[in-house]
Design a protein around this ligand. Structure first.
Ligand code: ZN
Ligand code: ZN
Ligand code: ZN
Length: 352
């Protein structure tokens, strides 16, 4: 039953994306044909073809120049990777504008371009040892102080730049509000990504212990919930919710506002979720997506047709692990929710 339902949703999504593409086709002046891959119909510009230069780099390209200069096996390995990347870039360039070479003086353009690329390659080669050493050194934390209060830093958060090193108290104070920041622990001799639901506390012996903390989903909350003074309102964790954005999954709680005077409790509703820029995975919103995830998926289906739905979700799942969190996206639920989002956006756009 799941497979049949899956196939039906695939068809519906294909149709919706096809309609969307039809609307934008004239603006973009692109021609679309259809192909079948990984359970999805893919978009492919008819004028573009798959890689044409599989044999290797062309004579006179930066790759061929690099190859002539390399003797060191390590350098050869790195340059082989660069060569492969360059081939990919060259293929993309051809696909983006297949007629460009015909409309200009190809010979003079090519020689000028090659000279510039050779210069750029030489500059990269000169800088590479310094870049490599800096990158290696940056993997290991030196003893750092909190950039707010000069106590020992336990956290590095690059999303808090320019003040990226924080002590346990400053970490809690800052990331209570910025719960979606991706932090690294610096208490060991290497940077370790840690999930938002843990923090460090300093023990009496001067060591650090890990303590759990509740992360509340950032939402547009009401200013008042009752007629009592605002000082009586307290925010506490409500039901569990999973947030999925382009950085992966976050296990969080929905905030509940509670009045200490009259004991009224305000809970998050579906409209609050949508108004705050999320989209529910189901109407009970135990999981919510950042709308970016849905719009990026739609754009990818239109502009980078070879990337499938499963590959897209796999990419986001990898981000979850990379930042020290756990969880994975339910493929079927995502598909169903995406379909609803496309439908509703379409309806809303008609009313504009
Ligand atoms: Zn931060
Ligand atoms: Zn501090
Ligand atoms: Zn009250």
């Amino acid at each position: 039953m799941d497979k049949e339902e899956d196939a039906r949703w695939d068809e519906e999504i294909d149709k919706l994306i096809c309609d969307y593409e039809e609307k934008t086709k004239e603006e973009k002046n692109t021609v679309i044909t259809w192909d079948q891959s990984d359970g999805f119909k893919m978009y492919k510009p008819t004028q573009s073809q798959r890689p044409k230069n599989k044999e290797g780099p062309k004579e006179g390209t930066t790759s061929s120049i690099l190859n002539k200069e390399s003797d060191d096996p390590d350098v050869e390995g790195l340059e082989f990777e660069i060569q492969k990347l360059e081939e990919i870039v060259n293929v993309d360039t051809e696909e983006e504008d297949p007629t460009a070479a015909q409309s200009v003086d190809a010979e003079s353009l090519t020689s000028g371009w090659l000279a510039r690329q050779a210069h750029v390659t030489e500059k990269w080669k000169e800088a590479r040892p310094e870049i490599k050493n800096t990158l290696l050194a940056s993997k290991f934390p030196v003893r750092r102080l909190c950039q707010n209060c000069n106590r020992n830093a336990v956290i590095r958060c690059r999303e808090c730049l320019p003040k990226q090193f924080l002590c346990s108290d400053c970490d809690m104070a800052v990331h209570k509000h910025f719960v979606l920041h991706n932090r690294d622990s610096v208490v060991d001799q290497i940077f370790n990504p840690i999930c938002p639901s843990v923090r460090f506390v300093e023990t009496a012996a001067g060591h650090y212990a890990i303590k759990k903390q509740d992360c509340l989903l950032p939402l547009d909350l009401p200013q008042t919930i009752c007629s009592c003074s605002h000082s009586n309102i307290k925010m506490i964790p409500g039901k569990k919710v999973i947030l999925i954005n382009m950085n992966g999954c976050y296990k969080m709680y929905l905030p509940v506002l509670q009045c200490a005077a009259c004991e009224y409790r305000w809970k998050v509703g579906l409209s609050d979720v949508i108004r705050s820029g999320y989209w529910p995975a189901t109407v009970s919103f135990n999981t919510v997506y950042s709308v970016d995830v849905l719009s990026n998926f739609q754009n990818i289906k239109v502009t980078a047709s070879d990337l499938s739905r499963l590959a897209f979700l796999h990419l986001i799942d990898n981000r979850t692990l990379e930042f020290g969190r756990t969880g994975s996206i339910n493929r079927t639920t995502f598909q169903r929710s995406f379909l609803e989002w496309v439908n509703v956006c379409d309806e809303v756009n008609k009313l504009h």
